[in-house]
Design a protein around this ligand. Structure first.
Ligand code: GRA
Length: 385
């Protein structure tokens, strides 16, 4: 067992940190305020190989693995929780899913432009009546002369309004439930696709929206995996993107702690720096300890993947649920330490507070992860199947 990052991992982390400090930190607040999606930053991240960690060199990737992906995501999220989402959209939930399940042609066609960010990606499972209960989705696809015809509505889809390509799940045989779900690679400029943006509390530089499908024709060769393999593909991809999401939570929690410490050292009240007061010291200590624990759970889950343990749903749920709760605690502490200035939109603490809450909702709510863990520990339903 080795708790130190390797020399290579430290170099990856340092390069990502340098990029994020230089390119993201100066503009993150303004872009959030203006609800601006910074396409230029996403392109630069693509050029630097930030989206290629899970992809072998033959498709233009860096092959840095899950640990590399997690370290980059953490560093980006320290400066913008919104922008870190791109790593899940361009690679973990899309290019990597195609790598795992796609045909040779699909890999050649779709992976390179996704990881360079020449094209933007997204994945679409959630629907108005299918959030936590993913398999209750209603979107369906009928087969006709070498094409599938898709109808339905997806909602809360990250990058819906900007994506060029989506991995979209639909029933090809609704009566067969899980065995009748299929996955498609859909080009978003296909006739019959329309999108609209959803306004939200935070994460304003990361567009989310609805995708409406009205008799959308998808060629048979864009079926990802075989017909009826959608549930396997979906439940195989969620633990991957959950690790990326957890890294986002840890990075943002670190940003909250950094801001709280900075303010504790510079703000004076009652004639001294407020960090001298034990009540503030206790807040900092609790958050610092929890971030360490969240990071260890995250690194363990990422390390498992790099060791070839592909099915670590349980360990991923431990990390995701813990980190989501920690980031909300960290954001609350950052606000509390800042007092009224925390509530002001001038300081980053208010953005962190709005962004943090998302982590208890996306990629499986906290209660869904409780369910996965509880059922596993009680021997009712195994998580790692
Ligand atoms: O075994 P079976 O024949 O009964 O059928 C199961 C099996 O075929 C069926 O699904 C299949 N299946 C699997 N196949 C292969 C399940 N797990 C696997 C697997 N690992 N490999 C049904 O399984 P089940 O366990 O009975 O499912 P369920 O009870 O219907 O639901 C389980 C559960 C609630 C955990 C699941 O639906 C779930 O995880 N829900 C949460 C949905 C979620 O996480 N959504 C995330 C949306 S994407 C997002 O948030 C993007 C954010 C981006 C960002 O910020 O980074």
């Amino acid at each position: 067992m080795d708790f130190e990052l390797s020399k290579e991992h430290r170099a990856i982390r340092d390069a990502a940190r340098e990029f994020a400090q230089k390119e993201i930190a100066p503009v993150a607040h303004e872009h959030d305020r203006n609800h601006h999606f910074p396409r230029d930053i996403i392109s630069k991240m693509g050029e630097l190989g930030f989206f290629g960690c899970l992809i072998p060199e033959e498709y233009g990737g860096t092959d840095y693995g899950f640990m590399g992906m997690v370290l980059i995501t953490e560093e980006v999220s320290r400066f913008s929780s919104s922008i870190r989402g791109a790593i899940n959209m361009q690679c973990t939930g899309t290019a990597y899913n195609i790598l795992k399940n796609g045909s040779a042609e699909q890999k050649q066609k779709y992976i390179p432009p996704l990881i360079t960010a020449e094209k933007l990606g997204c994945f679409a499972m959630t629907e108005p009546n299918a959030g936590s209960d993913t398999l209750s989705m209603e979107t369906y696809a009928t087969y006709e002369n070498g094409e599938y015809i898709l109808n339905g509505t997806k909602t809360w889809i990250s990058y819906a309004t900007v994506a060029d390509i989506t991995i979209l799940y639909a029933y090809t045989d609704p009566d067969a439930r899980a065995k009748g779900l299929s996955a498609f690679i859909l080009e978003m400029n296909s006739p019959g696709v329309s999108t609209s943006e959803i306004d939200k509390l935070g994460t304003h530089s990361f567009p989310s929206g609805e995708i409406a499908l009205n008799n959308v024709r998808v060629p048979q060769e864009n079926l990802l995996g075989g017909p009826g393999e959608g549930a396997r593909i979906l439940f195989g991809s969620l633990p991957d993107t959950r690790i990326g999401c957890t890294a986002g939570a840890v990075g943002l929690a670190q940003a909250c702690l950094d801001e709280a410490i900075k303010y504790c050292k510079t703000r004076t009240q009652f004639g001294q720096a407020i960090g001298n007061f034990q009540m503030n010291q206790a807040l900092i200590a609790d958050v610092a300890m929890n971030i360490e624990a969240a990071r260890l759970l995250l690194y363990r889950a990422a390390w498992q993947k790099d060791q070839g343990v592909k099915n670590n749903v349980l360990e991923t749920s431990y990390a995701k649920m813990f980190a989501a709760n920690v980031v909300v605690q960290a954001a609350t502490v950052a606000m509390d330490v800042h007092g009224a200035y925390g509530y002001s939109t001038e300081y980053p603490a208010s953005r962190y507070y709005r962004d943090a809450k998302m982590y208890q909702i996306v990629e499986g709510t906290t209660n869904i992860h409780r369910l996965i863990i509880g059922l596993d520990r009680l021997g009712i339903r195994k998580a790692n199947r």
